[in-house]
Design a protein around this ligand. Structure first.
Ligand code: ATP
Length: 606
């Protein structure tokens, strides 16, 4: 018992690491702690407190700052309206009085409050006791129980120690030392082993001797693998330069939950990006996975999304949990979970991460039997069973030039998608890598100086010409001959679809629906108020019968406007996005061409 490490020793280590300026000083403090104060059998109990965000042995505490503040106030027995309680509850502002230097830093504000109530001497808590109490905190089901654990912790610590306990609970120690440095100092193979197992306990137990190298371990079904990530790149040309000479695939960047599906016979796991097992997807997905994955053991990498069967497209991000719950409760819905597999990591009895992406695409085709809107495979050449809302079939294409990427990117953004991911088809899948084998391009919206308030003159169906709802608009600028009279001519300006939530889009479309006039003959002239070119891209599926019936949209866009060949107005916008619907603004107050040209000229001059 006497040999147990005291938490105060760990607190001194934290303070030293935090104070040390250089990474090598920080590492040497950590090394000294491991060698002088920690038995190898205690490594896990200490390391899990140093990098708590990677510890999966304990469930979640369910305590973010605001709930933690309430529990601490109760644990300290302060009334909720006492100044210290207010300080804690309003931690972002540093309390209601003048903002203190610690504003926004929860653990420092808590330490200030605790200092006035706790003694200076160490509370004598051991690392083992702390871990036991944290286990209790994670397993307690209500706030009352959590408060009681916190009150025990407060009794057994001083304010300094409690500050660090709070940081451990919030899973961010702010040591200024990267997780990579901690792993490297612990053992040269620690990071690799963690990346393929996501199991900190196993790493601490297997790698007790830093001089004994560990044979590189491959991934296993049932153990989460740290996901390969994408590096953000600013623009198409930079991306193309980086991928110079490689075979490249451009894929749509889906906006859902990154999920790794591990199948072992009928046992299925759904590991998230943070290696949590999301068993809530099991009800809706597991039978389907068992039946449609043609390998007994398999790991798929992909995105869990929601497919809307009535709109025939993916729903906006954010409804996965709700739809998973509806499926469990047997509720009828036009929305369903849909898994898009974009990679495969394990098939049969072997890991395939060392094969090229091109080879893995072949395996994906063989292993997964797609089911429209439920289980999809993202491989180039018509891999995805469902079509884009615009009717374009491609969610993934092999690209041969920067221009190909630009076109695909533009199409993706017009389709209300999040961006694109570019991947080297010759690359292997690398656990935890973010070094640029995958590049992500996301649109950057710069406000065009002031709002561009444009008028809707037409609509495009969301999925093919014959089905679905209007999901994009053709918008126009007014051509104002005389400032004192209402404009009678409108010049087509751009096509826009991104920016509105599904509900907002639905509201606009239902308001306009009575005035839709189907554009059945593409060659037929539009209503006389509208001036458009003959370019097919500009021809909407429906026209708004007259401008007085229409609605103004406020648009933001990349300021680098491009000279338009497709639309009548002299410039069009790159990646336009709807900012809001201006129900408050009458149709005739829409922006006119002259004002827009001035705006472009003035922003070019700056
Ligand atoms: P963001 O906040 O931009 O989504 P992120 O930090 O979650 O980024 P990144 O590494 O930047 O993660 O981007 C990779 C993420 O993009 C993946 O974790 C995955 O969830 C998502 N994603 C969507 N479509 C794809 C795709 N086709 N290929 C790879 N990742 C994809």
């Amino acid at each position: 018992m006497t040999e147990e490490i005291k938490f105060s020793v760990l607190v001194s280590l934290f303070n030293w690491i935090q104070k040390s300026k250089t990474s090598s000083q920080k590492r040497s403090k950590f090394r000294k702690f491991l060698d002088a104060y920690c038995k190898p059998s205690d490594y896990f109990s200490a390391v899990r407190l140093i990098i708590p965000s990677l510890d999966r042995e304990r469930g979640s505490y369910g305590l973010k700052e605001s709930v933690l503040a309430t529990c601490l106030v109760d644990a300290l027995g302060i009334s909720r309206d006492a100044p210290d309680a207010v300080r804690l509850l309003n931690w972002r502002k540093g309390g209601t009085a003048k903002a203190g230097v610690n504003a926004g830093n929860f653990s420092l504000i808590a330490a200030e409050v605790l200092q006035r109530r706790q003694g200076m001497a160490s509370g004598g808590l051991s690392v083992k006791e702390l871990n036991d109490l944290l286990d209790r905190l994670a397993s307690s089901e209500n706030r009352g129980e959590k408060t009681s654990v916190l009150s025990t912790l407060i009794q057994k610590t001083n304010a300094q120690e409690m500050k660090w306990v709070i940081r451990i609970i919030l899973k961010d120690l702010k040591l200024g030392m990267s997780e990579r440095s901690i792993f490297q100092e612990f053992h040269p193979d620690a990071e690799d082993l963690f990346n393929v197992t996501c199991d900190l306990k196993l790493v601490c137990e297997k790698l007790r001797d830093r001089h004994q190298r560990h044979k590189r371990q491959d991934i296993e079904v049932g153990k989460a693998v740290r996901p390969q990530l994408a590096m953000r790149i600013s623009d198409v040309n930079a991306a193309w330069k980086k991928l110079h000479g490689k075979d490249v695939v451009a894929e749509c960047k889906f906006d859902g939950d990154r999920i790794q599906i591990h199948k072992n016979g009928t046992e299925i796991h759904y590991f998230s990006r943070n290696f949590l097992d999301h068993s809530e997807y099991a009800h809706a997905m597991s039978d389907l996975i068992v039946q449609n994955i043609m390998a007994d053991k398999c790991i798929l990498d992909g995105e869990m999304l929601v497919w809307d069967t009535s709109l025939n497209r993916f729903a906006e991000f954010g409804s996965n949990q709700e739809i998973a719950k509806a499926a469990r409760e047997g509720l009828d819905s036009h929305r369903q979970l849909c898994y898009v597999a974009f990679d495969v990591l394990y098939v049969g009895d072997t890991s395939v991460i060392h094969q090229s992406l091109k080879e893995r695409h072949e395996l994906l085709r063989k292993v997964v039997k797609p089911l429209k809107g439920r289980l999809e495979v993202l491989v180039p050449e018509g891999g995805l069973n469902v079509h884009r809302p615009s009717g374009e079939p491609s969610w993934s294409i092999v690209v041969h030039s920067a221009a190909d990427v630009e076109r695909f990117f533009k199409e993706t953004v017009e389709n209300r998608d999040e961006g694109v991911v570019l991947k080297d088809l010759g690359s292997k899948w690398e656990p935890g890598d973010r070094s640029g084998k995958w590049l992500k391009l996301k649109p950057e919206y710069v406000r065009a100086g002031s709002d561009l308030d444009v008028l809707i003159i037409g609509g495009y169906y969301g999925s093919g010409r014959h089905g679905g709802e209007v999901a994009q608009f053709l918008v126009a600028l007014a051509d104002r001959a005389d400032a004192n009279v209402y404009p009678r001519r409108f010049l087509s300006f751009c096509r826009v679809g991104t920016g509105l939530s599904d509900e907002e889009l639905h509201t606009v479309v239902s308001k306009l629906k009575p005035y839709f006039r189907k554009n059945e003959h593409p060659k037929k002239a539009p209503p006389s108020f509208y001036q458009v070119t003959n370019h097919s891209k500009e021809r909407p599926d429906v026209w708004i019968e007259s401008p007085e019936k229409s609605i103004i949209l406020s648009i933001t866009s990349d300021i680098r406007t491009i000279r338009s060949e497709v639309f009548v107005a002299p410039y069009s916008l790159r990646f336009p996005r709807i900012d809001k619907v201006r129900y408050d603004k009458p149709w005739h107050e829409c922006l006119d061409v002259q004002a827009f040209v001035e705006l472009v000229n003035s922003s070019n001059g700056t």
